[in-house]
Design a protein around this ligand. Structure first.
Ligand SMILES: Cc1cc2nc3c(=O)[nH]c(=O)nc-3n(C[C@H](O)[C@H](O)[C@H](O)COP(=O)(O)OP(=O)(O)OC[C@H]3O[C@@H](n4cnc5c(N)ncnc54)[C@H](O)[C@@H]3O)c2cc1C
Length: 381
C-alpha cells in the first residue's frame, strides 16, 4: 500500500486551500467558532456551497453526468480533511457529501434522484437526520414515531431528539415505524421541514450554536411518493448510510491539527520542554496517525470497489480515542487556549466532547467489533 499523495492529489489539495483563501472572510476563525450549525455559518454555507459546486469542488468524486468531476474516494477524503481543517465552511451540507448524496444515489427512485440530486450537487439543500428519539438512541430499532398509511399519504406522529441542523434544514431524512416488527417495521420518509404539524425546538448545548434540536410531528401528512425505499427497508438502507456517516468527518485530521496547534502554543511559550508533556504529545500523535491509517485503509478499499464492513467501527473507535486524547492534552497543558486564545482549539474541544456519542456511541462500535470482527457472542436481549 502506498500512502504518498500523487502530484494530482497534492494539486487538488492546494486548489482547495487556495479556494478557501479567496472565499472565506478575514475573521473566519472567529466567525466559525460556533460550529457548522450556527445560523450565521448555515447562511454563509448556502452561498459558499453554491460556489464550490460551480467550481467542481462540492462533489469532485461524483461522475460528471450527476454534477461531479469524475475524481475518486481519495479526493473525497482530501476534500473532507481540508474543509474540517478550516472549520467546515460547508455547514451542515457536509452531510450531503458524506451520506445523504451516496444514499440517494444507491436507493433513491429515478423520480427522487431527478428531484434531489441536482439540488444537492448544486449546493442548494440542507437536510437533517431524524433518527434518534428520547428512548431510542443506541437502540435505534426501538423507535416509535409512527407513520400510518391512509390512502395516498402517511400520517406521522411522534418525536425525534438531538436532530442536528433541524432548525434551518429544508428536508428531514426521517425514520418512522410502519409496523411492529422491530427492524422490518421501519420506513424512511423524506419530509419537507415546512410541512404543517412539525415543531422544532432548539436544545441549548456546549457543542455550538443551533446544533441540536427536538422535533415534534403532530398529524404530519406525507405523500406516499415521499417514501424512500420500500416499506420496512429502512434498516438495510441506514446500514449503508451509517457506515458512510461514521467515516465522514475526518476527526483524526482535526485532532492532529488541534494537537499541532497546542504544541505550537507550548513551544512559543517555551513550555514544550518537560519529558512528560512531550511523551503525552507523542502518544496523542500516535493515536491520530493510527486512526488516520485505519481510515485510509477503508478509502483504499473503496477505491478497489470493496464493500466496507465492521472495519468502519474499528476506524471510528480509533478516531474517538485520538480525539479524546487530544482534548485531554489541550485541557491539561494549554487550558488558556480554551478561554479565548484559539477559536480553532475551542471548536475542536467542544466537538471533541461529543466525539464518542454523535454518529453512534463509541461503546456501540465496540459491540460491533466484538461480534462482527472478533466473532464473540452478541449481548443477550
Ligand atoms: C452532537 C450530537 C449530534 C447528534 N445529531 C443527531 C442527528 O442529527 N440525528 C439523530 O438522529 N441523532 C443525532 N444524535 C444522537 C446520537 O445518534 C445519539 O446520541 C447516540 O446514538 C446515542 O444515543 P443516546 O443519546 O440515546 O444514548 P444511549 O443510547 O442512551 O446511550 C447512553 C450511554 O449508554 C451506552 N450504551 C447504550 N447501549 C449500550 C450497549 N448496548 N452496550 C454498551 N453501552 C451502551 C452508550 O454507549 C452511551 O455511553 C446526535 C448526538 C449528538 C451528541
Amino acid at each position: 500500500m502506498n500512502f504518498e499523495w500523487t502530484d494530482e492529489q497534492q494539486a487538488f489539495r492546494r486548489k482547495l486551500v487556495d479556494f478557501l483563501a479567496a472565499n472565506l472572510p478575514e475573521d473566519w476563525e472567529e466567525f466559525s467558532k460556533h460550529g457548522p450549525a450556527s445560523p450565521a455559518l448555515t447562511e454563509f454555507a448556502r452561498g459558499f456551497c453554491r460556489k464550490l459546486a460551480e467550481n467542481g469542488m462540492l462533489f469532485p468524486h461524483w461522475p460528471k453526468d450527476i454534477g461531479g468531476e469524475g475524481l475518486g474516494p481519495w479526493e473525497q477524503q482530501i476534500l473532507a480533511e481540508v474543509m474540517w481543517e478550516y472549520g467546515e465552511p460547508r455547514g451542515g451540507q457536509y452531510m450531503n457529501v458524506n451520506w445523504i448524496g451516496p444514499t440517494m444515489l444507491k436507493y433513491g427512485t429515478e423520480g427522487q434522484k431527478a428531484k434531489y440530486l441536482p439540488q444537492i450537487s448544486a449546493g442548494e439543500m440542507l437536510w437533517c437526520q431524524g433518527f434518534s428519539e428520547p428512548n431510542s438512541g443506541s437502540d435505534l430499532a426501538s423507535l416509535r414515531t409512527r407513520a400510518e398509511l391512509e390512502g395516498d399519504h402517511y400520517k406521522v406522529n411522534g418525536q425525534k431528539i438531538w436532530t442536528s441542523y433541524a432548525g434551518l434544514a429544508d428536508t428531514c431524512f426521517l425514520l418512522t415505524r410502519t409496523s411492529d416488527d422491530r427492524k422490518k417495521g421501519i420506513t424512511i420518509l423524506l419530509v419537507p421541514m415546512d410541512t404543517p404539524g412539525i415543531t422544532v425546538r432548539q436544545i441549548p448545548s456546549l457543542i455550538g450554536e443551533g446544533d441540536i434540536h427536538e422535533v415534534f410531528f403532530d398529524d404530519v401528512i406525507v405523500p406516499v411518493g415521499q417514501r424512500f425505499g420500500e416499506e420496512g427497508q429502512a434498516w438495510e438502507i441506514i446500514g449503508y448510510s451509517l457506515t458512510n456517516e461514521r467515516l465522514g468527518i475526518p476527526r483524526y485530521h482535526l485532532a492532529r491539527e488541534a494537537l499541532d496547534r497546542a504544541v505550537g502554543i507550548l513551544k512559543a511559550e517555551g513550555e514544550f520542554t518537560r519529558e512528560t508533556v512531550k511523551a503525552e504529545a507523542a502518544r496523542c500523535a500516535a493515536l491520530c496517525e493510527a486512526a488516520r491509517t485505519a481510515i485510509y485503509a477503508i478509502v483504499q478499499k473503496r477505491v478497489d470497489g470493496g464493500t466496507v464492513g465492521p472495519e468502519s467501527s474499528s476506524a471510528r473507535y480509533a478516531t474517538v480515542q485520538a480525539e479524546r486524547a487530544v482534548g485531554e492534552f489541550v485541557v491539561e497543558y494549554v487550558p488558556e487556549a480554551l478561554a479565548g486564545q484559539s477559536a480553532f482549539l475551542q471548536m475542536h474541544h467542544q466537538r471533541g466532547i461529543v466525539a464518542g456519542i454523535a454518529s453512534g456511541a463509541a461503546e456501540i462500535q465496540l459491540n460491533i467489533i466484538a461480534s462482527d470482527v472478533l466473532q464473540l457472542p452478541r449481548e443477550p436481549r
